[in-house]
Design a protein around this ligand. Sequence first.
Ligand SMILES: Cc1cc2nc3c(=O)[nH]c(=O)nc-3n(C[C@H](O)[C@H](O)[C@H](O)COP(=O)(O)OP(=O)(O)OC[C@H]3O[C@@H](n4cnc5c(N)ncnc54)[C@H](O)[C@@H]3O)c2cc1C
Ligand code: FES
Length: 337
Amino acid sequence: MTTQHRINLEQNGSAYACAEDDTLLRAGLRAGLGLAYECNVGACGSCKFDLLDGEVRDLFPEATGLRAKERERGKRLACQCVPVTDCRIKIRSGDEYVSAIRPQRFKARFVGRTTLTRDISLFSFATDMPARFLPGQYAMLSAPQLPQARAYSMSNIPNKEGIWQFIIRHVPGGRATTFLFEHLRENDEMDIDAPFGIAYLRTEVKRPIVGIAGGSGLAPVLSVMRGAAGLAASAGPVLLYGGRTPEDIPDVPQLTRAAEIHVDYHPVISAPEAGAAQSWGGDVGFVHEFIERKLSAPLPDYEYYLAGPPPMIEASVRLLVGDHKVPQDQIHYDRFF
Ligand SMILES: Cc1cc2nc3c(=O)[nH]c(=O)nc-3n(C[C@H](O)[C@H](O)[C@H](O)COP(=O)(O)OP(=O)(O)OC[C@H]3O[C@@H](n4cnc5c(N)ncnc54)[C@H](O)[C@@H]3O)c2cc1C
Ligand code: FES
């Protein structure tokens, strides 16, 4: 059995067990604690902590989630540190980070891939137990052939059959995506650790839903819209989807038809000079530039779910909060670092 260490939290005196092969963040979430986080991959900086006592091993010392000055002052990232001894740490926490479904590690069998665009595919995995997550959440996928886990958002909804679906873009030269696209074979096993993320569907909210997605950000937004389909408040979800060229836009109407949901869908391309743009009759620009034009009610009347590249998210949030005074708690997002 893997050695366990005791992690004591300075701020409230609580403690939890963390295995030597688990990160301080994920073990804390597994224990039901609301440790602050967003990305799980060392990029956002939300999980930074002070090590007051004990020793940890940093899996990713180059992670961009900490500035050099913060590292010099001894700050570390809970999503990238595993314990070497018992530890005492000071870390931000809050009820909003407590997992409604505690993350678990398990094996999943790869059952197939469907091509959606030249570099985006839908990957399906099967597990022996039900797929338990909230629409909009993500999983950490890893395999012995990969040095570290990567985050991928589920595009389907929870189900008792144990099916996990992901929409993944092949990043040129990317370690994990090259493995997934080029080396993974049917029936191969991968390790999943899930679910994570706080940009999940708020079922209690009655406002109509707006999804704003770029590239592979389609996955969690699709999951949210599928999850909302049975709810009274789900009337008329709007989906704005941005890609570079027409070739980068998946057949979203086909995906939503297959999922048996109706979505008011607006694709936008940002690079009209590239590819087959001449034949594109639709909108051209950055996806956030179309938010005002595509929504008929005042912008604070909607609930927003965003996923994709950080600049797309940041521009959209600036517009929604800065220009239109949409309350921050009506905007839920995952930045795909
Ligand atoms: C919350 C979240 C959800 C995401 N959902 C999706 C999705 O649904 N679909 C999708 O296509 N992509 C998604 N991504 C992006 C995805 O996780 C990968 O970053 C992307 O697929 C590129 O991975 P790669 O290994 O091919 O590329 P690489 O360029 O090899 O790796 C890039 C990623 O790996 C991390 N990394 C690099 N070196 C290390 C290291 N030594 N230790 C730890 N981490 C390291 C980087 O911080 C970066 O996140 C998501 C990202 C986040 C944060
Ligand atoms: S959650 Fe650790 S850096 Fe983002």
